[in-house]
Design a protein around this ligand. Structure first.
Ligand SMILES: Nc1[nH]c(=O)nc2c1ncn2[C@H]1C[C@H](O)[C@@H](COP(=O)(O)OP(=O)(O)OP(=O)(O)O)O1
Length: 204
């Protein structure tokens, strides 16, 4: 931790929301790679995609990927949302997630976006299977693999146990319309990613 108490890579205008993990140093990194992630909220529903392949396969996530050369993060977020879910949305910047894995020299800098409306129909692609999750307190508990593209009543609650382990600390904040920044350092054990240390703050 630096003198301010924030992990390296964080802005200074943050108020701590959550921190935890092991008493280890933050993993050093020499490069940063830019990614995006977009979450669509419609009334009391959240759209997630079940990732079918690649890094993070078998986890639910927002829609996103690499920022290509010449693109702004906002342009990349709109492109990735369309490519992975088939929809367009008026995305707004919601936060920044710095993500590291043990043994890699780079940090993923993920600009996270959200939107409260969208156009088009969420459609399954080679990479993602979209599904709606309830944001209301009366949602069905437990995870649900039956998900297809559905907006019927009785949706499952957000499947945090099948998401990246840090998402539970910042996604509720995003849903409330508040901005955040944070960092999560992971280790790889077999084919599983284990979160070793995390810190999240609200942007003041
Ligand atoms: N919600 C999330 N929580 C988290 O802790 N790490 C995330 C995350 N979303 C993405 N990451 C990290 C891990 C993930 O493997 C990496 C790259 O993000 P993505 O999986 O969205 O990118 P892709 O590898 O699919 O890129 P493209 O091939 O350009 O689509 O960023």
């Amino acid at each position: 931790m630096g003198a301010t108490g924030l992990p390296p890579g964080m802005d200074s205008n943050l108020t701590e929301l959550a921190k935890g993990g092991c008493e280890i140093d933050w993993q050093p990194y020499t490069q940063t790679r830019f990614y995006t992630n977009a979450f669509i909220i419609s009334d009391d529903k959240l759209l997630l995609g079940f990732k079918k392949r690649g890094f993070g396969a078998n986890l639910y996530n927002g829609f996103g990927g690499k920022v290509e050369p010449g693109e702004t993060p906002a342009q990349a977020a709109a492109r990735e949302l369309k490519e992975e879910s088939g929809i367009d949305a008026p995305l707004e910047h919601a936060g920044v997630l710095i993500f590291l894995t043990e043994g890699t020299e780079w940090a993923f800098h993920i600009d996270v976006f959200s939107a409260r409306s969208y156009t088009g129909e969420p459609t399954e692609t080679d990479e993602m299977r979209p599904g709606w999750f309830s944001l209301s307190e009366n949602s069905i508990n437990g995870n649900d693999d039956r998900l297809g593209v559905s907006s019927s009543p009785g949706l499952p609650s957000i499947p945090y146990s099948k998401m990246w382990a840090d998402d539970i600390y910042w996604l509720p904040h995003l849903v409330e319309g508040k901005k955040f920044m944070g960092r999560a350092d992971f280790a790889k054990e077999g084919d599983k990613f284990i979160m070793r240390k995390f810190w999240f703050g609200a942007v003041c």
